[in-house]
Ligand binder design. Structure first.
Ligand code: MLC
Ligand code: AMP
Length: 497
């Protein structure tokens, strides 16, 4: 069985052969195992046909071996991989499966019962079933074809599928390989969810491209991370600021001997990266005291992978996200799309092979997202002494909580479906642990009784845990301007203290 020559990621795996690729809850697997298992998954998906021809394959598996084998299997069969989130309730899984128009749904046994009903009418496979198939011929997959769709909230309410091609993913990966000097000697610990680019691209795919070892924890657990750090084998770690906060707390709660061992383990690492949300300078400083590492902060987005990064070698400036990564063009523009004067704030626009192809079946949203070939991020930044600093987002309706992007409008739409809610306003309020905390002010229908706990239970069935309102207030009337538009900054003030 020869690896398909056209996907460089797969061809490279052949070169690493019996080196370890993945250490997961299911066991330890080599690059040869990865080629073998993903070929089996591919032939299970192909069922004797020559090529999936960009059919969408939605898959739900916890971070681990099955996830990786299925992701590669989809790619090698010529399909588009649509990772589903293990934390999502059935309503959200159904939305993604239907929006992606998935032909096939693959589920890990732990999630099979939850996802089977929402996959109704589509071909359904479990991961052991797919992995047990006999290998067969595989198509040649060109890099220009669509590889992946990651769902992300825009400000338009429901999440959109961000489509990247194999060439986009390669560009995102090789840029980080170069900038952060990934090599086959690296060993990275993956603690992030695998339905977003931080975990999928920056950790998992970079590791496998480099021929490195990716150790996968099924979920983030601060003590489990510290245990692995203490062993002193890891060379790389990447996480969101909330995770570094949790690790700091766990370190502080440990006894002095354990603290010493934990700190020593860090020193053996070569790089620790933070991103997906602003890294508070206090977190960076405390982490430096504990670990001896100055966290490397970088900036990215689902649509573009990573765009800006502090340097591996050279000054890592606290509060800044550094300079454009190799192969990525970045500029700051004013409201009209003209580049701003040096030192002035502007919207970040990005261009390069790293930039996604389209929002799935949303040509208008795709067209709006670009201006003159540049992708408009919606983030505002300034360049000071050569380094970019992120100032905030253009839309108040995008919230970043625990590193997850959440649309205020999506939560509002959902809450308005509750019979007791007349109107509501969702805001992100600054929070030391979560970056932002989701808060909601509500007007009830006809002043009716609305037990907030009941409302939260109701929301839990419809929204992923990280989209849940953390603080709810009933108000007689939401603050509005003369036109009747809700004033979100005023709403946020209700929760500020
Ligand atoms: C959970 N809790 C929250 C919360 N999420 N409270 C406030 N705000 C939130 N967002 C509460 C729960 O209710 C619970 O409370 C307690 O915290 C523990 O919940 P949990 O579900 O166990 O949390 P946990 O699973 O530990 O999640 C925390 C986390 C997770 C930080 C590990 O949020 C995470 O994995 N974040 C990473 C997301 C990510 O990968 N983003 C990248 C997107 S790509 P109680 O009271 O019940 O104990 C991207 C591009 C780029 O952004 O640049 O990278
Ligand atoms: P997502 O849509 O989930 O990929 O999230 C992308 C968004 O995360 C960006 O548009 C930024 O708003 C935010 N983000 C990512 N990295 C950083 C960072 N280092 N500092 C501030 N914001 C960040």
């Amino acid at each position: 069985m020869s690896p398909d020559p056209d996907l460089p990621l797969v061809a490279r795996a052949g070169e690493h052969d019996d080196r370890t690729a993945v250490v997961a809850p299911e066991g330890t697997f080599t690059y040869r195992d990865l080629l073998d298992s993903s070929a089996r998954v591919a032939s299970a998906l192909l069922q004797g046909t020559a090529d999936l021809r960009e059919a969408r394959v939605a898959f739900l598996a916890p971070p681990g071996w099955d996830y990786v084998a299925v992701q590669w299997g989809i790619w090698r069969a010529g399909g588009i991989a649509v990772p589903l989130a293990v934390s999502h309730p059935p309503a959200e899984l159904r939305y993604v499966i239907e929006d992606a128009d998935a032909s096939v749904v693959v589920a890990h046994p732990d999630f099979a019962e939850a996802v089977r009903p929402v996959a109704e009418g589509r071909r359904f496979l479990t991961t052991p079933g797919a992995l047990a198939a006999g290998p067969g011929p595989l198509p040649a997959v060109e890099e220009g074809r669509r590889a992946m769709m990651v769902y992300t909230s825009g400000t338009t309410g429901r999440p959109k599928g961000v489509v990247t091609t194999h060439a986009n993913v390669r560009a995102q990966v090789v840029s980080l390989i170069e900038a952060w000097e990934w090599s086959a000697d690296d060993r990275v610990l993956l603690v992030l969810p695998l339905h977003h680019v931080h975990g999928i691209v920056n950790v998992l795919t970079c590791a496998l491209w480099a021929g490195a070892v990716c150790e996968i924890l099924p979920r983030f657990d601060a003590d489990a991370v510290w245990e692995r750090v203490e062993e002193g084998e890891l060379t790389l770690f990447m996480a969101v600021p909330t995770i570094y906060r949790r690790l700091i707390t766990a370190w502080e709660e440990a006894d002095p001997e354990r603290r010493r061992r934990r700190s020593e383990g860090c020193v053996r690492m070569r790089l620790m990266v933070s991103g997906s949300a602003a890294l508070p300078v206090q977190t960076l400083e405390r982490w430096r005291e504990i670990s001896g590492h100055t966290l490397l902060e970088r900036y990215g987005m689902t649509e573009i992978g990573m765009a800006l990064s502090n340097p591996l070698r050279g000054e890592r400036r606290p509060g800044y996200v550094g300079v454009p990564l190799p192969g990525v063009e970045v500029r700051l523009v004013d409201e009209e799309g003209s580049p701003v004067e040096p030192g002035m704030p502007g919207e970040v626009e990005v261009r390069g092979e790293n930039v996604f192809r389209e929002y799935w079946r949303r040509p208008e949203a795709t067209a709006e997202a670009f201006r003159d070939g540049w992708f408009r991020t919606g983030d505002v930044a300034v360049v000071e002494d050569g380094y970019y600093r992120i100032l905030g987002r253009r839309s108040v309706d995008i919230i970043k909580t625990g590193g997850y992007k959440v649309s205020a409008l999506e939560i509002e739409e959902t809450l308005r479906m509750h019979p007791g809610v007349a109107e509501c306003a969702v805001v992100g309020v600054e929070d030391p642990e979560w970056g932002e905390r989701i808060c909601v002010a509500l007007e009830t229908r006809d002043g009716a009784e609305l037990p907030l706990e009941e409302l939260q239970g109701w929301a839990r069935e419809r929204l992923a845990p990280y989209k849940l309102p953390r603080d709810l207030r009933l108000v007689e009337a939401l603050p509005r301007n003369a036109m009747g538009k809700v004033l979100k900054p005023e709403v946020a003030k209700l929760f500020a203290s």
